[in-house]
Ligand binder design. Structure first.
Ligand SMILES: Nc1ncnc2c1ncn2[C@@H]1O[C@H](COP(=O)(O)OP(=O)(O)OP(=O)(O)O)[C@@H](O)[C@H]1O
Ligand SMILES: [Mg+2]
Length: 271
């Protein structure tokens, strides 16, 4: 039986879909059988980030409405053996999901996969609730901004109120990713520090990702940044993937990473 992770944030645009794609690849690289599912109905993006937009024929609503079988709708990733993708419907909106049908789909995925990663829509409305309802754990993505932290706190509250696991008196583990950290701004006091964020949210940190234009470029080309071995944000996603697989990996101090000046970069080329 697989474990179901819902990737949530409350606030939109903080990096849920980016994280889902990178963690899907990273966990598959650890030898696990993984499926990533786009629950953002009407606004699907995960297909593009994985470079699979031309391969989508059937989506999860087709499967839920029994217009297609699960095997027909699952798309194998070209980036990693063991990674599969299930698309969101582009035409139906977030209210199109029904609780019983979501449960049936998630249960079917649990049978076939070790890791099931659900990419939640922004907000805390019905689409979000359907994503978290049958999850075993939540990956909470925040940016180091007050509005993001406040919305994440609300989203965590809903997880604790509405997850089926909680109703069964079981815990829903939460893992925090702090995304888009700018070390220079943290050092100059213009950006919230991770410790402050952890104090407010009181959930376990699973990793930090730096602000990185490479993430955007990688997403635009359909090759998530984790595939770039030289990328610090790719390496950060790799460490998070390993932690989610139960491997102990030391935390690296992204906030105190010195930004290399141009002169330092030039000098380092001659060392
Ligand atoms: N570490 C990063 N550095 C720079 N840009 C990033 C980083 N992480 C994500 N982004 C960019 O931020 C934008 C939003 O990311 P993404 O789509 O993953 O967020 P989301 O939470 O899924 O958004 P939505 O709530 O709309 O679904 C994208 O353009 C993405 O490339
Ligand atoms: Mg998204």
């Amino acid at each position: 039986m697989g474990i179901v992770f819902a990737v949530i944030s409350g606030k939109g645009g903080v990096g849920k879909t980016t994280s889902t794609a990178n963690l899907g690849i990273g966990i598959a690289q650890e030898g696990k059988k993984v499926v990533v599912v786009d629950f953002d109905l009407g606004q699907r993006n995960l297909d593009m980030i994985l470079g699979l937009e031309n391969r989508v024929i059937y989506d999860m609503v087709h499967v839920m409405d029994e217009e297609a079988g699960l095997k027909q709708a699952l798309i194998k990733s070209k980036h990693s053996d063991g990674l599969y993708f299930l698309a969101a419907s582009q035409t139906k909106d977030k209210t199109a999901l029904e609780k019983e049908k979501v449960k049936k789909l998630v249960d079917a995925l649990r049978e076939d996969f070790e890791y099931i990663i659900l990419d939640a829509p922004a907000g805390i409305e019905s689409g979000f609730e359907h994503t978290i309802m049958y999850a075993d754990a939540a990956v909470v993505v925040v940016n180091p901004e007050v509005s993001s932290i406040r919305d994440a706190d609300k989203a965590i509250g809903i997880v604790d109120a509405k997850c089926e696991r909680v109703k069964e008196d079981k815990n829903v583990q939460k893992y925090l990713i702090i995304n888009r950290i700018n070390p220079t701004m943290v050092q100059s006091g213009e950006m919230l520090e991770s410790n402050d964020i952890l104090d407010i949210l009181s959930i376990d940190l699973v990793g930090k990702i730096p602000e990185d234009q490479g993430v955007v470029e990688a997403s635009n080309t359909g090759r998530p940044v984790i595939l770039d071995e030289k990328s610090p944000s790719g390496a950060a996603y790799k460490r998070i993937s390993q932690r989610l697989c139960g491997i102990e990996v030391p935390f690296s101090d992204i906030e105190n990473d010195k930004q290399m000046t141009l002169m330092e970069k030039i000098k380092s080329l001659f060392q």
